[in-house]
Design a protein around this ligand. Structure first.
Ligand SMILES: *Cc1c(COP(=O)(O)O)cnc(C)c1O
Length: 465
């Protein structure tokens, strides 16, 4: 499988190079040259596999010419072996046709572990084979950072720098990052928003000399390998609910569009998915897009679902590429317009195609709290704010009542204890392996929102290792 950039101007690469590169050199995102697809009977044959065996089958077509099958099997087994539930991604029935897929059984209690635990091991495997080192630089609105750090800590071939918006992540989220004592882990609190952090990371990547000097690499949601690993649980849930003989819908609390885009990939591979409902908080750029056809930036509003507090959904560019007939020039010109004016619009077939498949539902913080309270009182289900948005979006998504819908529970309630307590009256306990989180010492550096200063920090820390 070869990979092309959504902007059409970067070199065509194999899986291992895409893994290490993250963002493409033309500013675009890598996608497979074509979508591999499974026939109905091939999908039927996946029923009953364990999560790890399913993961090997689903991911093999994307990596086959660069990663030996035996290595893929070993990495996948190691990855999902550290998860805290035997089913890895258990599915729970909430109502007649409403299901909850719990994606919070990884080491940092959010869905990002499902991809990042795999990514860290993949990096290690490919780098060790090549005798190379990388510097990973990432921005996080909260959950990606800790998940990336857990995935990369203590790996000799990697230095990891995680930028987060100072004061804008929860205490649990910050401590999950800053209490990791490993020498290769560097946490930076940037005086700015998540988008400032993400822009700084992008600027470092676009600074080619810097990028090459430090062999920069990304693990944030623009890395293709993360999308690929997330495709697996869409198959997992759909197979349990009757695929390929029965269609299914998904409801996904969405920020950067990485999670739900993996669902789109599963559909392109032949999984019968009827619709995706996108749950947003008041940072509703995607919901507004599906309503109006216009993608327009606004300022970021802090909410009780901070992992979705974004101004721009970077991974949407991958969908856009397909919507405009894989025309890289058109994607580039839309993205340039977006960067310059903060807005672009789709119309005609691309917009109609997008609207047929996706629908947006937004919830205010007040609505989110009400939903948490109702599900707790109604059936004892304690949802974190992100998962609550997913569940309510499934209920309000105007779906065919005959089609089962899976809402993705993207975080454990204990990751957002203040909001959950406020909404339900219950303080969600951390799992035992994390019970001493608030006693561990923290270690991080506060820096201004300034790319040159951030680059200097990277240089100093890498030199010191
Ligand atoms: C990252 C995150 C999201 C948003 O996922 P995207 O892939 O960015 O759309 C939702 N919920 C939680 C808990 C997250 O950590």
């Amino acid at each position: 499988m070869k990979y092309v950039s959504t902007r059409g101007k970067a070199p065509v690469l194999g899986f291992d190079d895409v893994l290490l590169a993250g963002l493409a050199r033309d500013g675009g995102l890598y996608v497979p040259e074509s979508w591999p697809s499974f026939s109905r009977s091939e999908i039927a044959a996946l029923r009953g596999l364990s999560y790890a065996d399913l993961a090997v089958r689903v991911m093999a077509p994307f990596v086959e010419d660069t990663i030996a099958e035996a290595d893929l099997k070993r990495i996948v087994r190691e990855t999902y072996g550290v998860f805290g539930h035997k089913a890895v991604a258990p599915l729970k029935q909430l109502d007649g046709n409403l299901w909850l897929m719990e994606l919070f059984h990884g080491p940092t209690l959010a869905f990002k572990d499902y991809a990042l635990q795999f990514l860290g091991r993949m990096f290690d495997h490919v780098l060790t084979k090549r005798g190379e080192r990388v510097t990973i630089v990432g921005a996080t609105s909260g959950d990606t950072g800790s998940a990336a750090i857990e995935a990369c800590r203590d790996r000799d071939a990697i230095d990891i720098f995680i930028l987060f918006p100072n004061g804008r992540v929860s205490d649990v989220q910050r401590r999950q990052m800053t209490t990791v004592p490993s020498a290769n882990v560097h946490c930076v609190a940037v005086d700015g928003t998540f988008d400032d952090c993400q822009d700084a990371v992008k600027a470092m990547f676009n600074h080619t000399a810097f990028r090459d000097e430090f062999n920069l690499s990304a693990v944030n949601s623009i890395n293709w390998a993360r999308i690929m690993a997330q495709v697996v649980y869409y198959f997992w849930a759909a197979l349990r609910l009757g695929a390929p003989d029965r269609p299914v819908a998904f409801s996904v609390p969405t920020g950067n569009f990485g999670n739900v885009f993996a669902g789109y990939v599963a559909m392109k591979m032949g999984l019968p998915i009827e619709r995706f409902v996108i749950g947003s908080n008041s940072n509703d750029i995607l919901t507004r897009f599906f309503e109006t056809g216009s993608m327009t930036m606004e300022g970021v509003h802090p909410t009780i679902s901070p992992s979705m507090d974004i101004q721009v959904s970077s991974n949407f560019e991958r969908l856009l590429f397909d919507l405009v007939g894989r025309d890289g020039e058109q994607v580039e010109s839309l993205m340039n317009r977006f960067r310059q004016s903060g807005t672009y619009a789709l119309e005609g077939t691309p917009l109609a195609d997008a609207r047929r498949l996706f629908r947006g539902v937004r919830l205010s913080d007040e609505q989110t709290k009400t939903v948490i309270g109702q599900w707790y009182q109604g059936c004892g289900e304690l949802l974190d704010p992100h998962s609550a948005i997913g569940v309510d979006a499934a209920v309000r998504g105007d779906l065919d009542p005959a089609v089962p819908v899976v809402a993705l529970a993207t975080a454990h309630p204990a990751k957002f204890p203040a909001a959950v307590k406020d909404a339900s009256g219950v303080h969600p306990a951390l799992p035992p392996r994390m019970a001493d989180l608030f006693d561990r010492p923290e270690r991080f550096t506060v820096l201004p929102n300034d790319v040159a200063g951030l680059e200097a920090f990277v240089r100093e820390k890498v030199a010191a290792r």
